[in-house]
Design a protein around this ligand. Structure first.
Ligand code: 4NP
Length: 153
């Protein structure tokens, strides 16, 4: 199972989701073979490491995002990945518009896997505070655990 996490810039939410998902999968579901990557719908930050505020929020919870580098979603992603998980409705609409018809059902909101959060979107923390970056880690953990449960079924 190959999962692509997608946000706008690929420097805050989707690299957090990728790092948290891979760490939790390795620790809590080592019998599942999962691969993950992340990408942005926009091109502004191509080649950049995760935002230092995201790196700090993740590191405080035991996740190392420092090796990740931003890239933009590309056409081949719709073939390579079994699931493309959008962080918010705007990312979802962008992905759906770009997806070839056959791949459209592989594109979903990440938090569909964490209904207990009562949220559909991981809010964009870019203009926010440390607390907003912590919330991204919380939601990434809940989404990751829900997704792993779904993949195990
Ligand atoms: P992300 O956050 O989509 O979670 O990576 C953002 C990063 C950069 C910008 C917006 C959101 N920006 O406008 O540069």
């Amino acid at each position: 199972m190959n999962v692509l996490f997608v946000c706008l810039g690929n420097i805050c939410r989707s690299p957090t989701a990728e790092g948290v998902f891979l760490a939790i999968a390795g620790r809590e579901a080592p019998h599942l073979t999962v691969q993950a990557d992340s990408a942005g719908t926009a091109s502004y930050h191509i080649g950049a490491p995760p935002d230092r505020r995201s790196q700090r929020a993740a590191r405080d919870r035991g996740y190392d995002l420092s090796a990740l580098r931003a890239r933009q979603v590309e056409t081949g992603d719709f073939e390579r990945f079994d699931l493309l998980l959008a962080m918010d409705e705007a990312n979802l609409a962008d992905l759906r518009a770009r997806a070839p018809g056959i791949a459209r059902e592989r594109v979903k909101l990440f938090l569909e896997y964490a209904p207990e959060t009562g949220r559909r979107e991981v809010p964009d923390p870019y203009h926010g505070s440390a607390r907003d970056f912590d919330l991204v880690v919380d939601l990434a953990e809940q989404g990751a655990r829900g997704l792993l449960k779904a993949l195990a079924r």
